[in-house]
Design a protein around this ligand. Sequence first.
Ligand code: GDG
Length: 473
Amino acid sequence: MSKTIIVSNRLPVKISKSDDDYILSPSEGGLATGLGSIYKQGDNVWIGWPGVEITDQQDKDQVTHQLKELSLIPVFLDQEEINQYYEGFSNEVLWPVFHYYASTYANYKQSNWDYYKAVNQKFRDIILSIAEPGDVIWVHDYQLLLVPGLVRQELPDVSIGFFLHIPFPSHEMFRLIPWRSELLEGILGADLIGFHTFDDVRHFLGSATRILPVASSSNIITMDERSIVIESFPMGIDEQKYATLPLQPEVQEQVELIRNNFKGNKLILSIDRLDYSKGILQRLQAFELMLQLCPECIEKIALYMIVVPSRDTVPQYAHLRDEIDKKVGNINSIYRTMDWTPIHYYYRSFPIEMLSALFYTADVCLITPMRDGMNLVSKEYVASRINNDGVLIMSEMAGASKELIDAIIVNPNNTGEVCRAILQAINMPLEEQHRRMIPMRQLVAKFNISHWVKIFMDRLKEVKLMQRSMQAR
Ligand code: GDG
């Protein structure tokens, strides 16, 4: 019996230690939910890093055993591997270059690349320890770009899918990376390569055909007599979860509290991980401009801004956090009154019930990344608007803007445009809110996470059949 092996940097689980015991709590993230329908069945498994450093062999054995019960297989990484493969190469080369921040943030250090290769090989070894020729392997994201190629060398006929969750940059950006050929060869080990948008597909094809001696026709690349299909698969969310959460009593309790706190105020919501690509400072500038230009907005509008801690041991992220603290403090100190604070800023994460209450209550959701592969928060806001009201302001640089076309779409670099969009949103008649929200809700409901998983897996099967029929000719 063949099996499916999911591979990602992180396992869909949180591990904490209490006394001598490890406590495993399954992650509620969208990817974990969507892929749950796969990895929990039969002999299928998910391979990844458990998210904590475990050095003692006995502890490793114990955690491996506990994870096995959940169909999960760990790749243990030590601190140096985390520092160089994850923080050094993945987050200081690939993340900035793929989000068009090469000149500001990329750090092309040879030893980080060496660690990236070594850790990708470590993932390969664990895959090979369980994979058999008829299996299907689905590799995720930028931390594991070499894995498809490394596995292909050992198992030439196995089915391999690869999905990139972040944007693929234009050739002019991608070519800056010293190890560009090796990275492309790694990705091209897959049979099916998926991206969120058609632009990412186009950019990948552009880089692959300019950098490597490969032929392409339409969205198919031929390498070593293997046809590799490159396509877009816009990722969806667990729509049902977000559409039903607001009906739960504990969510309604939070809704009441929020409404009492913000009585008479229009509430604008902003939620991101701490990241320069999310455009948080630029968004604050637009909000400040709106306060300058619209005196009647004072005491009438509040921005509820959640920034979820992320990578804050990386110096650039720590610096960004300081800049956001300063900017928020500055705006609040200028505009605050006895009864009103313009920005309610939280640097922490919240339980899903609180997020749901905020999605349900916020009159406007303001999402203005400088660059984003998809952006799931925007889809979660839409799914939570079960009364069909509310306004989404969306950056044209996020993959989601290609689908959520009834949002107010803005260029996040254009402070004036974002400021006007906020004013348009808070003054939008209810009838127009409905007209825009209903089609977006339908889209998010239809193209949900299960649909995404299904179409990717179905397509991978088709690609394999196509390859086999071409070989037979
Ligand atoms: C990458 C790509 C692509 C946020 N705050 C809290 C919380 N969240 C959840 C959101 C959402 C997720 O985190 C963030 O997903 P995004 O898609 O918005 O952004 P990235 O983390 O950068 O994800 C992105 C994605 O991969 C998928 O392919 O869309 O472009 O960058 O689900 O709800 N969850 C909880 N508390 C919080 O405070 N529980």
